[in-house]
Write a protein that binds this ligand. Structure first.
Ligand SMILES: Nc1nc2c(ncn2[C@@H]2O[C@H](COP(=O)(O)OP(=O)(O)OP(=O)(O)O)[C@@H](O)[C@H]2O)c(=O)[nH]1
Ligand SMILES: [Mg+2]
Length: 442
């Protein structure tokens, strides 16, 4: 296995940067770069670093992790050098010149997985934690990184394996039927598991936005003040505002923080009938933005009478009523009110404070919070648990019909699907698990 190296910190200016080294040559390479003979494990040592020509590059803190007690399970050395990309690049170059290879993206985690230090669910959590879009997501991922999901999956898998063991044995030794009470026990266990997996999938689907970041779209007919609302929420002039209807031609996306959430907010082109080609494309994008949004801020102009365009937008939003959270806003309330209806809408003016919009958004997003409980955090995980759930649903009636081989087949499917989340079982491991606790006595 080659020794790999990479800069582990983000590009840009910062006070320190970390260069990571992993593989059998990590310690000799570090010694060579520092002209030291050794490092004691898990101690921070301040040392000068020299390049291949012997020139001093930097003074860095060096931490050596002896295999297998390291992130990758290999020999690892971390160089905490001074920040900015120049110094870190020079340290990296020096390591490469001495024989290390540049790591590919995710290679440290891949080695950690291959060496059994983390499973796939934990690796996924590490990757996602870096991009977490809310405090809740970060907490869920931190728990997942510590093995919460893996424990859940393993427990589910173990109980399926236990059932499978009984069934396989009775298939192999078919003189006697399975005792009736054993079948009942299996059914109870399977039903409980089926229910639990179903719940986890449902909750995870519902809270997808928590992991991926919620999307909030601002929609309405032209000139109602959508771009003014965006700018007001962002506290800077991001979008062009004018009294010409049709000013915004394309969707504009920005990130902003609402409470504990990092959301994407999208300003859209005003929706109306138009012959103008570019505007038509913009309007199609506005509709797409509604489809992609978790929350829709639907804006109307209080200073003008309700017209056909407003009604069409209300009809359009009606079609999304069950799948999106639509918050109606009546804007320009600093002017005399002419618009009739939408009494329940939030009354706002982009010329003054928009705190009520922020509060309403935060209240809604907070209902999606999840401080406790487990969440599947990727489409891959959701698909696997759903597959396991379906396989169990398929399996149950087979048990009743005493079609044990088919029953075992579906159980195997469920075990396989769950295994894909963390670490697929090898055949031997599966047999060991199955028969390890099972005394055949024959
Ligand atoms: N009096 C008043 N005028 C507002 C308010 N909000 C926006 N306006 C004005 O309304 C006009 C249209 O505002 P925009 O924010 O460009 O409207 P828009 O919905 O983005 O329009 P399009 O991009 O054309 O779809 C501008 O002249 C704004 O200054 C408000 O609360 N009160
Ligand atoms: Mg606009």
């Amino acid at each position: 296995m080659k020794t790999i190296a990479a800069i582990a910190t983000a590009h840009g200016i910062g006070s320190i940067a970390i260069v990571r080294l992993s593989g059998p040559e990590a310690l000799p390479l570090a010694c060579s770069l520092t002209r030291k003979s050794s490092f004691s494990p898990r101690h921070a040592t301040l040392s000068s670093l020299f390049d291949a020509t012997g020139a001093l590059i930097d003074e860095a803190l060096i931490v050596y992790f002896q295999a297998p007690k390291s992130f990758t399970g290999e020999e690892v050395v971390e160089f905490q050098c001074h920040g900015g990309m120049m110094v870190a690049s020079m340290v990296l170059e020096a390591l490469l010149a001495k024989g290390a290879r540049l790591a590919t993206p995710g290679e440290f985690s891949k080695r950690a997985f291959l060496n059994g230090r983390i499973d796939l669910a934990e690796a996924e959590a590490i990757a996602k934690l870096i991009e977490a879009k809310s405090e809740e997501a970060a907490k869920i991922l931190a728990r997942q990184m510590k093995g919460e999901l893996s424990r859940f999956v393993n427990e589910a898998r173990e109980s399926l394996l236990e059932i499978l063991a009984y069934v396989e044995v009775s298939i192999d030794y078919a003189e006697e039927d399975l005792p009736e009470d054993l079948i009942r026990q299996m059914e109870v266990k399977l039903t409980a598991l089926e229910q639990r997996l179903g719940e986890v999938v449902a909750v995870s689907e519902q809270r997808k936005g928590l992991m991926q970041g919620f999307k909030v779209a601002i929609v309405g007919k032209p000139n109602v003040g959508k771009s003014s609302l965006l700018n007001g929420l962002l506290h800077y002039d991001r979008a062009i505002i004018s009294d010409v209807a049709g000013t915004t031609r394309d969707t504009i996306e920005e990130e902003m923080r609402i409470g504990t959430h990092l959301i994407k907010i999208v300003d859209t082109a005003g929706i109306r009938h138009t012959e103008e080609k570019v505007e038509q494309i913009g309007i199609a994008r506005s509709k797409k933005a509604i489809e992609e949004a978790d929350v829709v801020l639907a804006l109307f102009d209080a200073s003008r009478p309700k017209d056909t365009e407003d009604r069409e937008i209300l009809d359009l939003l009606e079609t999304y009523a069950s799948s999106k959270h639509v918050i109606p806003l009546l804007n320009k309330t600093d002017l005399p009110k002419v618009f009739e209806g939408l009494e329940n809408a939030l009354h706002v003016s982009t010329l003054s404070s928009l705190s009520c919009v922020v509060d309403t958004l935060r209240e809604h997003l907070d209902t999606k919070r999840m401080d406790e409980g487990m969440l599947l955090t990727s489409t891959r995980q959701i698909a696997s648990v759903r597959k396991a759930h379906e396989a169990i649903t398929e399996a149950k009636p087979r048990l009743e019909e005493a079609e044990l081989e088919l029953f075992a087949f579906h159980l195997n499917e469920a075990i396989g699907a769950l295994g894909a989340i963390t670490r697929p079982y090898g055949v031997d491991e599966m047999l060991d698990k199955m028969f390890g606790t099972f005394c055949l006595g024959k």
